[in-house]
Design a protein around this ligand. Structure first.
Ligand code: PGA
Length: 271
């Protein structure tokens, strides 16, 4: 009898071990937007590295990423340890040439970026970026070996009209390029009304939308269970734990709180 219990116990342990191995780490991504001087950016990067060094257990469950303004990318990189990846906040839909003001995906890869945020609601709103344009940018990001963080999310009026799934479904259908995989794509769900406003969606709303997004991805992409879906919109240390506890939330895209090392790392340690 004891022998049977022992075998059962070992089977449960092995199963738990495999489950843990399968568990994907969260992605804690900082979107620095158009903030700060060069020296402030360098100080921020140093602060993040120091905060991770002071609590290196945080790396067990979390991958970190920072996305500074373009011209801060190289100096920030010099400060980052291997524990923090680097990304940009946008890229050109074109490969190379006469596109004044643009920065190409190849240029980002050349300075060791691994990620690029695309289709952020601020770009969709202020620069009228369409799903088509975002798809072109994502395709060229993929061709150049970058992971595209494609942002989706509804406005307050669209949510009040009950159209949030329709809107996000269309954004997903039209902005994901052919060849998007669980490895080269991350989705960030950011309800527009929750960005920089201090308002966060309820955990029920987040659960419903992340579940919907997972379903849409499964219909399109192999191994969609392993594609990270981030939540974004006023994430901070005080609300991170409840957001990370929601099914299908695999990290966060963080604006305001990513500008303070203690808050940025505090979000990872909170959850
Ligand atoms: P916020 O921004 O955390 O300041 O709301 C999030 C984002 O815009 O990605």
């Amino acid at each position: 009898m004891a022998y049977v219990f022992f075998i059962l116990f070992m089977l449960i342990r092995v199963h738990a071990w495999f489950k843990k191995e399968e568990m994907m780490k969260r992605l804690i991504a900082g979107n620095w937007k158009m903030n700060g001087t060069m020296s402030a950016a360098i100080k921020l990067a140093q602060g993040i590295v120091e905060a991770i060094q002071n609590d290196s257990k945080v790396l067990e469950n979390n991958d970190f990423l920072v996305c500074p303004p373009f011209h801060h990318i190289v100096p920030v990189q010099a400060e980052l340890s291997m524990a923090v990846s680097l990304g940009a906040q946008d890229c050109s839909p074109y490969e190379v040439g006469a596109y004044t003001g643009d920065v190409s995906a190849a240029m980002l890869k050349d300075v060791n970026c691994d990620y690029v945020i695309l289709g952020h609601s601020e770009r969709r709103e202020y620069y009228v970026e369409s799903n088509d344009l975002i798809r072109q940018k994502a395709a060229i990001a993929h061709e150049n070996g970058l992971i595209a963080i494609i942002c989706v999310g509804e406005t307050e009026a669209q949510r009040e009209a009950g159209e949030e799934q329709e809107v996000v479904g269309k954004q997903l259908a039209e902005s994901l390029p052919e060849g998007a995989t669980a490895q080269n794509t991350v989705i960030a769900y950011e309800p527009v009304w929750a960005i920089g406003t201090g308002k966060t969606a309820t955990t029920d709303d987040i659960a419903a939308m992340h579940d919907f997004i997972r379903g849409q991805l499964k219909a399109k992409i192999d191994n969609a269970d392993t594609l990270r879906i981030l939540y974004g919109g006023s994430v901070k240390p005080s609300n991170a734990a409840e957001i990370f506890a929601v099914d299908n939330v695999n990290g966060a895209l963080i604006g305001g709180a990513s500008l303070k090392p203690e808050d940025f790392i505090g979000i990872a340690t909170a959850g």
